[in-house]
Design a binder for this molecule. Structure first.
Ligand SMILES: [Zn+2]
Length: 242
């Protein structure tokens, strides 16, 4: 005891006091950074099977566009769950950067643009003004088969979606060889708390079906996604020729 100096003894006591205070207020030592609700949880009363079907619907947009075995197989679906738990599709979008020559046309951006066109179409089912269309995003859910890059996650926040649901994580994309800007969506959500509309974030939904869409591009030994084949060893997965 005699060898512990007074300032050190004071530090030990303060540390002990902090720990006690923490327990009293119920603080946990588990870090919350990066924690997401599990994909099997019913967020906003929407059952997980319904979530999975909408991620599946986003995947289906690839085949609808004639690109079932697309290299950059990033696809989104934008859905209205406010009228019914089952949800109503408003629009889809797939990565169109190469087709359009626009580096910002990731699947989410393409979907947002498609929805805006549909919502404001004077001959369409919604016929909204620009202001009304902007406000409508607060009622919508964006489903994407892979976690959004920071550009798209920011666009999701600027749009004010009420929910943002993804399949494959950025972490998995990086492990599979995809070049990514390494900022997870949960960081974008946390850092955008000043924006007016809150968003619920749910990840890893149907990842058993979305992961295979992104695992073959940089690994020639990986199986092709369902319905796609590698005609040449080491080559790309493509739709089987008829
Ligand atoms: Zn993106």
């Amino acid at each position: 005891m005699a060898i512990i100096s007074r300032p050190l003894l004071l530090s030990v006591l303060l540390l002990g006091g902090t720990e006690v205070l923490g327990h009293r207020h119920g603080t946990s030592s588990v870090p919350l950074h990066g924690t997401l609700a599990g994909p099997s949880i019913a967020i906003n009363s929407v059952p997980p099977t319904v979530r999975e079907n909408w991620v599946r619907r986003a995947n289906a947009a690839l085949a609808e566009a004639g690109e079932p075995c697309m290299f950059a197989a990033f696809a989104s679906a934008i859905v209205n769950h406010t009228a019914s738990t089952a949800g109503e599709l408003v629009c889809t979008g797939i990565n169109s950067t190469r087709q359009k020559g626009d580096p910002t046309l990731h699947g989410e951006i393409a979907a947002i643009q498609n929805c805006t066109a549909i919502l404001t179409d004077p001959t369409g089912p919604y016929n909204l003004t620009g202001s009304q269309a902007l406000a409508a995003f607060a009622d919508l859910t964006l489903y994407t088969n892979a976690e959004s890059c920071p550009m798209c996650a920011s666009a999701i926040r600027w749009a004010g979606f009420r929910e943002y649901i993804y399949g494959t994580s950025i972490e998995t994309l990086i492990e599979q060889g995809w070049g990514q800007i390494r900022i997870p969506s949960i960081d974008i959500v946390r850092e955008s708390a000043d924006l007016s509309n809150p968003v619920r974030l749910l990840g890893g939904v149907l990842s058993t079906e979305t992961d295979p869409l992104f695992s073959w591009q940089f690994d020639s030994s990986a199986p092709c996604p369902q319905g796609c084949v590698r005609p040449a060893e080491g080559g790309s997965c493509v739709a089987p020729s008829l």
